[in-house]
Design a binder for this molecule. Structure first.
Ligand SMILES: [Zn+2]
Ligand SMILES: [Zn+2]
Length: 182
C-alpha cells in the first residue's frame, strides 16, 4: 500500500467526484448534475455527516469538484500550497475519530460542517499525505486521447495509464485496429 487506508479511500472519493464531469464520466453526461446524482455518489462511497440536500449544497460540491480536479495539473509545490490553502480556509483542526465501524482515523473538520467543505478538507488531508510521501506523480491524467479522466495510480510499479479498464480496453482496440489497417 502506498498510503494508509483512509488516505487511499479519500483519494478514491476525490477521483470519483472529479470524474463525474462529462469529459470523463462513463455516461458522457455530467454525473453530478442533480441532487439525485450527488446522493448516489455519496451513498456509493458511504459518505457520512451532514447533508442539506439543497441547490446551494449541490453548487458548492460542484465547485469543490472543479477545485480538486485542478490539483491534477499542479506540481508538488503547487499541490502543497493548495492543500494548505484549503486547510487554512476552513480552519481545519485534525483529530482522531472512530465512527460507523471505522477504526481510528483523522478528520480535520466536524461532521456538522457543510458537505463541500468536508469534501475539500478530506481531499486536502489526503493530498498532505501524497505530498509528504513525494507521490504527486501518482496523481495521473488518463492517457486515452478522448478522456479527461483523472486517477490515482496505487499500483506497486506506477504503471497504470488509464482511468478505467473501459478506457484501457477502448485504446487497446483502437491500437489493434490501427495495426491491422497497416
Ligand atoms: Zn471518517
Ligand atoms: Zn479515461
Amino acid at each position: 500500500m502506498l498510503f494508509t487506508h483512509d488516505t487511499e479511500s479519500a483519494l478514491g472519493f476525490v477521483v470519483a467526484l472529479a470524474d463525474t464531469v462529462p469529459e470523463a464520466s462513463e455516461s458522457g453526461a455530467d454525473e453530478l448534475a442533480t441532487q439525485a446524482d450527488l446522493v448516489r455518489l455519496l451513498d456509493t462511497w458511504g459518505y457520512s455527516g451532514r447533508r442539506d440536500g439543497d441547490a446551494a449544497e449541490l453548487a458548492e460540491v460542484r465547485a469543490a469538484r472543479d477545485r480538486l480536479r485542478a490539483v491534477w495539473a499542479l506540481d508538488r509545490d503547487g499541490t502543497a500550497a493548495e492543500a494548505n490553502a484549503i486547510l487554512e480556509e476552513s480552519q481545519a483542526v485534525p483529530r482522531l475519530v472512530r465512527h460507523d465501524g471505522l477504526d481510528w482515523h483523522i478528520h480535520a473538520v466536524g461532521f456538522d460542517a457543510p458537505l463541500a467543505e468536508r469534501i475539500l478538507v478530506e481531499g486536502a488531508m489526503a493530498l498532505v499525505d501524497v505530498v509528504r510521501a513525494d507521490r504527486v506523480d501518482r496523481l495521473r491524467a488518463c492517457e486515452a486521447d478522448d478522456c479527461a479522466g483523472v486517477f490515482v495510480d496505487l499500483s506497486k510499479n506506477g504503471s497504470k495509464r488509464f482511468c478505467s479498464t473501459r478506457c484501457g480496453n477502448r485504446m487497446a482496440v483502437r491500437a489493434y485496429r490501427a495495426r491491422a489497417a497497416d
